[in-house]
Design a protein around this ligand. Structure first.
Ligand SMILES: [Zn+2]
Length: 91
């Protein structure tokens, strides 16, 4: 599990995600499939909240070692967007 603290920690990966432009498919809220368009490789990324802390997990090698890569950054971006849409819908 990767704990997501500040956005600045993910900044580098977010920048990389912008260059790589992976495809993010939403399986359900908190579960995403990220596809590397160049290689066609897919990774599953989970985002969850526990005790007020945000965590993510990626099925790639770096993710298994607890490091956030651009897959996580791309999925987290989609997750945040989805979460804000949900909040708006509940108001
Ligand atoms: Zn990954």
């Amino acid at each position: 599990m990767i704990q997501l603290t500040t956005a600045t920690k993910l900044e580098k990966q977010i920048a990389k995600a912008r260059t790589m432009k992976p495809r993010v498919r939403v399986n359900c809220f908190g579960s995403y499939t990220v596809t590397n368009k160049q290689t066609g490789a897919t990774y599953s990324v989970e985002c969850l909240k526990q005790d007020g802390k945000r965590y993510a997990h990626c099925s790639c090698e770096a993710g298994e070692r607890g490091r956030a890569g651009y897959h996580v950054a791309a999925a987290v971006a989609a997750h945040i967007q989805l979460a804000s849409l949900r909040n708006e819908a509940s108001h």
